[in-house]
Design a protein around this ligand. Structure first.
Ligand code: ATP
Length: 367
């Protein structure tokens, strides 16, 4: 098992800078996810860890060992690709044994290790089956077994579930996590799927434009996004640019939102307004589940607005209500499904409450 330490790594392809000065430490045994939209540098970073690319500058270390220019076959990493990269006309056994044959492990030992790992991924009955005759989920398990059989120090997974349908994806998430816990192996997982990142990871690094925007646990990143890009990429949110107005009584800060055509009170102990120099544009973010639609209980509260219900989406477990507050701003509120009597009808006038302690004031992300 290894820690992975990236210090100020940059990767340029001609005049494209795919990764810009990334610093990152991944702990031993951690399930660490690179999350971000297409083209943000996730795969390039993973490939520098695997050794398929060397950084233009900066260092890659496993534990204290400098691996920056060590070739891939000498890094002892196991990799699973999006397209699995299996040999379709070979059997499950032959595919999984491949890495052991390359390492010149003897026949008896190879047989035992392949059988053990196939048992772990629950494919023991398919050992003699040709890979092309397996389902997508089974092929995914073969790819995992092939990566694990070499007993890698680090497991690298590049969008391993994107070719599976939703139900199977869900099942394989649990499966991968189970195997990762069982082997206790340092794992780096690349995805653009926020649900995968939130449900599987010990920690997540959110990437955009080749830069890491935030590193943290799933709850940290969801509850305390550092800028509007992170707030919007993970989960859903309502965003509005705001301008600082004044410090009010107690801990409240007052901002003005042009979109809401109103002042907004925020109880925000993390924003150090004394140190705020006005150079960043500020944005308010409030999650749909933090918004209350409550007709009668809003008198005397700050941040209460009236609007018209423009759309109601029923998802089963929850209900999304879109409320048009004015011509420029429609907000989304999400509530648990508490039964038909609590759904709002489209066209109803409602009041909307945004609690002061649920609004986050964050800077706009730089491009
Ligand atoms: P995706 O989810 O689409 O794979 P990603 O976040 O993994 O995206 P990368 O594949 O790391 O992104 O690509 C980052 C940037 O570097 C992109 O602009 C991409 O076009 C560019 N890039 C990646 N590999 C190469 C290459 N071999 N040659 C030139 N440009 C490249």
């Amino acid at each position: 098992m290894s820690t992975v330490n990236l210090s100020t790594i940059t990767k340029r392809f001609g005049n494209v800078t795919a990764v810009k000065g990334l610093d990152l430490v991944i702990e031993e045994g951690e399930f660490f996810t690179f999350l971000g939209p297409s083209g943000c540098g996730k795969t390039t970073t993973l490939r520098m860890i695997a050794g398929f690319y060397y950084p233009s500058s900066g260092k890659v270390k496993f534990n204290e060992r400098d691996m920056t220019t060590v070739p891939p076959e000498k890094r002892n990493t196991g990799m699973v690709f999006q397209n699995y990269a299996l040999f379709p006309h070979m059997t499950v056994f032959e595919n999984v044994a491949f890495g052991l044959n390359v390492r010149k492990i003897n026949k008896a030992n190879t047989k035992k290790r392949v059988e053990d790992v196939l048992n772990k991924v629950r494919l023991d009955q398919y050992i003699t089956r040709q890979v092309s005759q397996l389902s997508g989920g089974q092929q995914q398990r073969v790819a995992l077994a092939r990566a694990l059989v070499i007993e890698p120090d680090i497991l690298l997974l590049d969008e391993p579930l994107s070719n599976l349908d939703a139900r199977l994806r869900d099942e394989m998430r649990t499966e991968i996590l189970r195997l990762q816990r069982e082997y206790g192996i340092t794992t780096i997982y690349v995805t653009h799927d926020q649900v995968e990142a939130l449900t599987m990871s010990d920690r997540i690094a959110v990437f955009n434009y080749g830069e890491c925007q935030q590193i943290g646990t799933p709850t940290d990143i969801y509850n305390k996004p550092v800028n509007d890009f992170v707030a919007e990429f993970i989960g859903e949110t309502n965003l509005s640019p705001i301008i600082f107005e004044e410090k009010a009584l107690g801990d409240d800060l007052v901002f003005h939102s042009n979109l809401l055509e109103s002042s907004i009170h925020v109880n925000h102990s993390e924003l150090n307004i004394a140190a705020y120099d006005g150079s960043d544009e500020l944005v308010m973010s409030i999650r749909p589940e933090a918004i209350h639609i409550d007709g009668n209980q809003t008198t005397g509260k700050n941040n209460v607005f009236t609007g018209e219900v423009s759309l109601v989406q029923f998802t089963g477990a929850s209900v999304h209500t879109f409320i048009k507050l004015n011509d420029n701003f429609t907000i989304k509120a999400t509530d648990l499904n508490r039964g038909p009597s609590t759904y709002f009808k489209e066209g109803t006038e409602v009041s909307v409450h945004m609690p002061e302690d649920q609004i986050r004031v964050i800077p706009k992300a730089r491009e």
